[in-house]
Design a protein around this ligand. Structure first.
Ligand SMILES: O=P(O)(O)OC[C@H]1O[C@H](OP(=O)(O)OP(=O)(O)O)[C@H](O)[C@@H]1O
Ligand SMILES: Nc1ncnc2[nH]cnc12
Length: 206
């Protein structure tokens, strides 16, 4: 589900949210158009609107757990959880969580990574919302869905992301679970926050 299908067509908040996200070409490496949500966090109204849109969508869906994906899912998930009266569960990169954890691997461009969750955080029958800033290939969200659904027996109601990259068709890999996305990535031409190339960490040739 992408911007045109999120039920918010014409909502001026979406344009402001989109404009508040800085686009950084060639970060962290050449060829990546990095969607930097840290500038959204600096814009109080756009940040509040982002959280409000998710809260309005999920407040009556009987969600009992909001699971946020490290690291950028932690910037939106807790506010949504507090507002809808759900618990917040962090899904973390390996070896960060104490106690008994379960792990699901996912593919990166080169190699694999995994997400971990504490086993006592979620119970069978919990109704889960998974939150992240962005879906690209969908590999990370897929691992999160498996952790909560297949491994713990929770019902994954939906995944909510601020940005979705349409060209990689992330929803195909999301195990049949709906993904609700606020905005598509902006084209660099319209970018308000473009970083001058002298500040880029990655040098580009050609
Ligand atoms: O759909 P995918 O192809 O799986 O990519 C999306 C994931 O990539 C980014 O996180 P990243 O792995 O860069 O980690 P970070 O948030 O800790 O920087 C982003 O915040 C998502 O979690
Ligand atoms: N283009 C992108 N911008 C920000 N985070 C990402 N994670 C994967 N692709 C990304």
């Amino acid at each position: 589900m992408f911007a045109a299908e999120n039920g918010l067509k014409g909502d001026p908040r979406l344009e402001a949210i989109s404009q508040a996200i800085r686009v950084v070409p060639h970060f962290p490496k050449k060829g990546i158009m990095f969607q930097d949500i840290t500038t959204l966090l600096l814009d109080h109204k756009a940040f509040q609107d982002t959280v409000d849109i998710f809260v309005d969508r999920y407040r009556n869906m009987d969600i009992s757990v909001v699971a946020g994906i490290e690291a950028r899912g932690f910037m939106f998930g807790p506010s949504i959880a507090l507002a809808i009266g759900a618990k917040f569960v962090p899904l973390r990169k390996p070896k960060k969580l104490p106690g008994k954890v379960i792990c699901e691997e996912y593919e990166l461009e080169y190699g694999t990574d995994c997400l971990e969750m504490q086993v006592d955080a979620v119970q069978p029958g919990d109704r889960a919302l998974i939150v992240d800033d962005l879906v690209a290939t969908g590999g990370t969200l897929s691992a999160a869905i498996r952790l909560l659904g297949k491994r713990m027996g929770a019902q994954v109601v939906e995944c909510g992301c601020v940005v979705g990259l349409p060209e990689v068709k992330g929803q195909c890999r999301l195990n049949g679970k709906p993904v609700y996305i606020l905005v598509e990535p902006r084209e660099i031409d319209n970018c308000r926050h473009d970083i001058s190339s002298e500040f880029l960490n990655v040098q580009c040739s050609g």
